[in-house]
Ligand binder design. Structure first.
Ligand code: PNS
Length: 186
């Protein structure tokens, strides 16, 4: 049997915070969580509230986003769904995590992520951002494109869990004929 590490002896739990808008959660996000759970003891999926200045408005309320994420991860006890308001670094500070986890799809994500990670590190030097490359099957999937496609009546099954596809359908109030035509019947 492998020897226990010092951390294991001391019962240290490795926690990562996976923050985002998750508006809505996609299989790209889920893939990152599943792989992160192989590295960390606990992953906290932290859903950001909209900033009150109205600069970013989510399609789904934070309660709706939490409900969808909780339903997706109901059988993953090491994944905790939470939400936060205000600065991410302040939220992370209130947990015992030191790692912020983010997914990277393509080089186009890099600049935004680099700025965010650098800003967070300058706000709190104890925290680090860890990036995981999105799996090749999901590198083109973003919440933004999912909303656009769904809003225009396109099929998003296979890219988001069925609960999310259903909620999108309800949100956009798609006519039944179109749902049938797009193979969106559940
Ligand atoms: O999924 P997103 O929209 O790319 O996630 C961005 C998010 C929510 C992680 C980021 O906007 C954030 O951390 N917001 C909280 C406010 C904050 O801490 N801003 C400073 C980071 S530059």
């Amino acid at each position: 049997m492998a020897q226990e590490t010092q951390e294991e002896k001391e019962g240290v739990t490795r926690v990562a915070i996976y923050p985002g808008s998750f508006d809505p959660i996609t299989y790209g996000h889920i893939d990152i969580v599943e792989r992160a759970l192989e590295i960390f003891d606990k992953v906290i999926l932290a859903i950001a509230h909209d900033i009150s200045d109205g600069s970013k408005r989510s399609l789904f309320s934070v309660e709706e986003r939490i409900e969808m994420a909780k339903s997706v991860f109901e059988h993953s006890p090491n994944l905790i769904v939470d939400s936060f308001k205000g600065l991410l670094v302040d939220y992370v500070d209130r947990t015992n995590a030191r790692v912020i986890l983010r997914g990277l799809r393509a080089t186009s994500d890099f600049e935004y992520e680099f700025h965010m990670a650098s800003m967070n590190r300058s706000l709190n030097t104890h925290l680090d951002t860890l990036f995981m490359m999105t799996s090749k099957d999901y590198f083109f999937v973003s919440s933004r494109s999912i909303k656009e496609v769904a809003g225009l009546g396109g099929a998003v099954e296979g890219l988001v869990p069925s609960i999310v596809a259903r909620r999108l359908k309800e949100k956009f109030n798609l006519p039944l004929a179109k749902e049938k035509q797009m193979g969106w019947e559940y």
